[in-house]
Design a protein around this ligand. Sequence first.
Ligand SMILES: CC(C)(COP(=O)(O)OP(=O)(O)OC[C@H]1O[C@@H](n2cnc3c(N)ncnc32)[C@H](O)[C@@H]1OP(=O)(O)O)[C@@H](O)C(=O)NCCC(=O)NCCS
Length: 214
Amino acid sequence: MWQLPLHVSAKEVSAYYRLLSSEEQERALRFRVDRPRTEFVLTRGTLRTLLAQYLGSTPQEVQFRYELRGKPALEGESGLCFNVSHTDGLALMAFVMRRTIGIDVENMGRDVDAQRLAERFFSAREVKALKRLNREELRAAFFRCWTRKEAYIKAKGDGLSLPLHEFDVSIMRNETDALLATRPDPAESDRWMVCDVPVGPGYTAALAVRKDVA
Ligand SMILES: CC(C)(COP(=O)(O)OP(=O)(O)OC[C@H]1O[C@@H](n2cnc3c(N)ncnc32)[C@H](O)[C@@H]1OP(=O)(O)O)[C@@H](O)C(=O)NCCC(=O)NCCS
């Protein structure tokens, strides 16, 4: 796993921009706001650089394909799998051989109504667990729950077409096996490892990896 702070000079952003494919450069130019554009360029440029090092090629030679709901993967037969997440000021990238993987990082500084969002997006079991917490504990537990759920849906590549109430994650700290239950197939939960990723203060992150080889 790699952690990348997303604060660099304009000169460095231009250098990363030159590593992108023409489609990625066009995508970058479509952002109307500077910050998300810069974060996309830095993240994608770094992703290309790291993949090239693993593959023994150059960043420009790396070729992506996209799954049905937009999850990027490598073209070819290398077996190298990855996933990326970026939020205000920080990117995380996870790499693994022949295993489906998802990662998510969130900035905990965001102003959120944790209780209301939990009731809207989380499963009944997760909402019940969050209701037992006091105000101070609630915010951190909410972001733990969110990133663990998001890492799992990102690993599966389904985006929000995977209903968020069809699986439960733990809201407790320091879980190494945070996927508690899956529906309608209860055996699915045993096929995954979902755990937290240690990141800098102010952020929460989680990783989901399929246990068997893809
Ligand atoms: C892409 C998606 C899966 C995640 O988006 P996000 O949380 O805003 O963004 P992240 O920074 O974590 O991830 C974006 C990266 O994941 C990758 N990605 C894109 N589509 C993906 C997909 N379907 N599955 C997995 N990864 C995907 C890309 O590398 C992307 O980076 P890029 O935008 O620089 O190309 C989004 O489509 C989505 O469904 N979000 C769900 C949001 C939500 O409400 N979650 C509730 C959790 S409880």
